[in-house]
Design a protein around this ligand. Structure first.
Ligand code: GLU
Length: 396
């Protein structure tokens, strides 16, 4: 591991950019304005589909304590499929999509009942929010989800979010599923402007398998080396594994949200993490959050294709924040229409930016490499000739 990549505990949040109320420098009782807590199936259940009542009661008390200190909490809860499997007495996760959907339908109501009962002693009301990828990809729906969550928090409820598995499992082939609740939780953290995303699972954090074998306490930047430390999931009910947790951390940190990955079995883990006492891994949020619309462009859309640009265009886009003009374009991969979101790749073929393209893929060959006058001749009635306007372009 490169020197300086990770820092020992006690660390983290006091060094990271913090967007909530000031943290006490003593490191105790910090009160961020908003946090998203994501719980994996393995935290909520023991064995297949059996609720871990003690664990759930402990998590509810922790969240209630946070709330009492003025922190708004949004929960992203897995467990629907696992609980459904338990209730339907299935020992293995079914491969068949409709069977998985049926498990989720059975389990989701059990899951909500569990959360409501867990929060009842604290006089907190829960609100079920089920989302599909489309709900965050289509801007009007995204805005409405954002507004509803705002209202739910305003009413003092605890939103409990899960993927709408009964609908979205069928969308797998259309590539419209979140795939795992880690990704969903990162998107929720970013759309709600949360300061922290706390991902609790059976994993104690990111383990440096190749090196020390210990938990990596702080990750300042998600490098390929960090990514290589993740292994896939092995459990019967779990979905994402460390790979999807790191991908989620990447997404959330880019929008200025600090991410913790820690064990849900550790007593009082949320309070410990927020006081910088671990154990777990903290991913430091990067810079300032992207302006909201660009952010939506970058992370909530699936690119329809790729625009290839020449070596001269790369620094102009990367460093000078300019629009992409036809002269810099060399070609296109995939089929896309004007208004679609596309990746931008330089001669090395690696995507470095994403944007809303003003021309369809079939128009690109005739535009590519042309100077302004030649493009104007091709499109005499068009006022705007940028292939991607800088306001519609974001670096990855
Ligand atoms: N939505 C799934 C469920 O509630 C879980 C997906 C995941 O754990 O990532 O069972």
């Amino acid at each position: 591991m490169r020197a300086g990549l990770c820092r020992p505990l006690p660390h983290p949040i006091f060094q990271a950019e913090h967007r909530g109320p000031p943290l006490k420098s003593s490191g105790h009782n910090p009160t961020p304005k908003r946090v998203v807590v994501k719980l994996g199936t393995g935290v909520l259940t023991s064995g297949i589909g059996e609720l871990n009542a003690e664990r759930i009661a402990a998590v509810c008390s922790e969240i209630a304590a946070l709330r009492a200190r003025g922190t708004e909490v949004i929960v992203v809860s897995s467990g629907a499929v696992g609980l459904g499997m338990g209730r339907l007495r299935l020992a293995k996760k079914p491969k068949d999509i409709s069977k998985k959907q049926a498990c989720a339908a059975v389990g989701q109501s059990l899951l909500m009942q569990t959360w409501q009962e867990g929060f009842a002693p604290h006089r907190l009301t829960v609100a079920q929010v089920l989302l599909t990828h489309d709900d965050l990809r289509i801007r009007s729906r995204y805005l409405s989800v954002q507004e509803t969550l705002r209202q739910l928090i305003g009413y003092g409820t605890i939103p409990i979010i899960n993927e709408n598995d009964t609908v979205s499992a069928a969308e797998i082939h259309a590539m419209l599923k979140f795939g795992d609740n880690d990704t969903l939780s990162a998107m929720v953290a970013s759309l709600t402007g949360a300061q922290y995303l706390i991902i609790l699972s059976t994993a104690p954090g990111l383990i440096d398998f190749k090196g020390s074998g210990n938990i990596v306490p702080v990750v300042e930047r998600i490098t390929p080396e960090i990514e290589s430390m993740a292994g896939g999931t092995t459990s019967e009910t779990a979905t994402g594994g460390m790979i999807s947790k790191i991908a989620a951390a990447k997404l959330a940190t880019k929008s200025g949200c600090g991410v913790f990955i820690a064990s849900g079995a550790e007593p009082e883990i949320i309070a410990k993490l927020l006081c910088g006492r671990g154990p777990g891994t903290f991913f430091v949020p990067s810079g300032l959050p992207l302006e909201a619309r660009k952010h939506w462009l970058a992370y909530f859309q699936r690119p329809a294709g790729t625009l290839l640009v020449n070596a001269n265009a790369v620094p102009v886009l990367r460093e000078q924040g300019r629009s992409l003009l036809a002269v810099g374009v060399t070609g296109a991969r995939g089929e896309f229409a004007a208004g679609d979101i596309v990746n931008l790749a330089g001669p090395d073929g690696i995507a470095f930016a994403r944007g809303k393209v003003a021309f369809g893929s079939e128009e690109i060959p005739s535009l590519a490499g042309k100077k302004g006058d030649a493009v104007a001749e091709l499109y005499p009635s068009r006022r705007r000739l940028e292939v991607i306007h800088r306001n519609d372009l974001v670096l990855l």
